[in-house]
Design a protein around this ligand. Structure first.
Ligand code: FAD
Length: 380
């Protein structure tokens, strides 16, 4: 990265940090109770150019590389609720980058433009009740009928599912396996689409939903890329998604560490601060060491990705290591809070329960290990 590039990045980072202080942090508890961020968050982020940082300038985006997405995510996470970053990324990165990568110019003009402007909210619908890790087994079917596709099936755990104006949806248009999958953009107001918000144990500020498609008729022009070429597009999209999750995990862990350090200085037991006990000095020293290691690995994966090099294995390592590290960090830091860590009113308590989804979303730790094993000649 040249120095002008890094100046731009610092500027973005500072602007997002100010935005988080002013527009997000004061409202996170309210949004967590509502189970979703408000629509205005998207229009406010768009007005400052934050929503489309990596999207095409032709359609109102910033045309920047993933370092800018990472800076945005790192600052968003500091609001203390992972759900906010998940909701923004499900829209800008997961749902919309896929349309940008494979969609016709008409589709991009409609959806990427509206996404950058914060006029429409996007969701990515891949996971199903009977097909999560095994994407190639998905069953939601789209059948061509004249100028339309007719879609029947269901999706599960879809971020932004109930608030989305469009769902970038993985469907089966061909035979079994990964060769029969396509991507179709389903408008949120499509007749036959029903959606239900799910009650979760964490990431409450992100709307997560179950979707049902009952004879949903969608224009064939909403097909993204070629018919039956969807699996390739999903896999390409996963690289950005996994880097987002690794970045969230590193920043989330750092926030937990900083909170725990403050608490360790302030809280006394047996007439001394908790950090007077060497056991806690060492435990938090280990936590910080692992955060630095995860950040370094994540930065290396981002660097390879941004340079356009083959990075699937490194990205999987970053996603695996950073999200498992965040979960370990949550356990260590919450332990220092004693009973308070179990209270909803306590930030550490909320950070702890938000950590639980990181090793699941965008591919589980087991899937990451499988990719690393295959890429590094570890299979028999
Ligand atoms: C908060 C949240 C938000 C999400 N947002 C979205 C979204 O926006 N869009 C979307 O499409 N999906 C989303 N998901 C779904 C997520 O991608 C899936 O939950 C994930 O891919 C795992 O699928 P599954 O839940 O069906 O688990 P399963 O695939 O049933 O796996 C269950 C367990 O078995 C393990 N397992 C499976 N296969 C193997 C194997 N071959 N070897 C070893 N172990 C294996 C898994 O690692 C896991 O531990 C979200 C999930 C969560 C929790």
């Amino acid at each position: 990265m040249d120095s002008s590039h890094s100046e731009e990045l610092q500027l973005l980072r500072r602007s997002v940090a100010e935005f988080v202080d002013r527009e997000i942090r004061p409202h996170t508890m309210e949004w967590e109770q509502q189970g979703a961020v408000p629509r205005e968050l998207f229009s406010k982020l768009a007005a400052l150019g934050f929503l489309g940082v990596r999207l095409s300038p032709e359609y109102g985006g910033g045309g920047q590389n993933f370092w800018f997405t990472a800076a945005l995510v790192q600052e968003l996470v500091r609001c203390g609720s992972i759900g906010v970053a998940v909701s923004v990324m499900a829209h800008a990165e997961f749902a919309t980058m896929l349309i940008q990568r494979g969609g016709s110019s008409a589709l991009q003009d409609k959806y990427v433009r509206a996404a950058c402007a914060g006029r429409m909210i996007g969701a990515l619908g891949v996971s199903e009740p009977d097909a999560g890790s095994d994407v190639a087994a998905l069953r939601t079917r789209a059948v061509r009928d004249g100028d339309d596709y007719v879609i029947d099936g269901a999706k599960l755990y879809i971020s932004n599912g109930t608030i989305a104006d469009y769902i970038t949806t993985a469907v089966r248009t061909g035979g079994p396996g990964h060769r029969g999958i396509s991507i179709i953009v389903v408008p949120g107001d499509c007749r036959g689409l029903t959606r239900k918000r799910l009650r979760k144990i964490g990431t409450h500020a992100a709307d997560t939903a179950e979707l049902h498609f009952d004879h949903c008729r969608v224009p064939a022009a909403n097909l993204v890329g070629a018919e039956n070429d969807g699996f390739r597009l999903i896999m390409a999209g996963f690289e950005g998604e996994r880097l987002v999750l690794a970045t969230i995990a590193c920043s989330h862990a750092r926030l937990m560490f900083e909170e725990a350090r403050k608490w360790g200085h302030d809280r006394t037991a047996f007439a001394q601060p908790l950090l007077g006990f060497q056991v806690w000095q060492h435990r938090l020293a280990d936590v910080l060491t692992r955060i630095e290691a995860a950040q370094t690995l994540t930065d290396r994966a981002i660097d390879q990705y941004v340079q356009g090099n083959e990075a699937a294995s490194l990205i999987s390592m970053a996603k695996l290591y950073a999200t498992e590290m965040a979960l370990d960090t949550a356990r260590e830091c919450a332990q220092l809070y004693g009973g308070l860590s179990h209270m909803e009113e306590c930030l550490m308590g909320r950070l702890y329960r938000d950590s639980l989804a990181l090793t699941i979303g965008a591919g589980t730790s087991e899937m990451m290990r499988g990719i690393i094993a295959r890429a590094n000649d570890l299979t028999a």
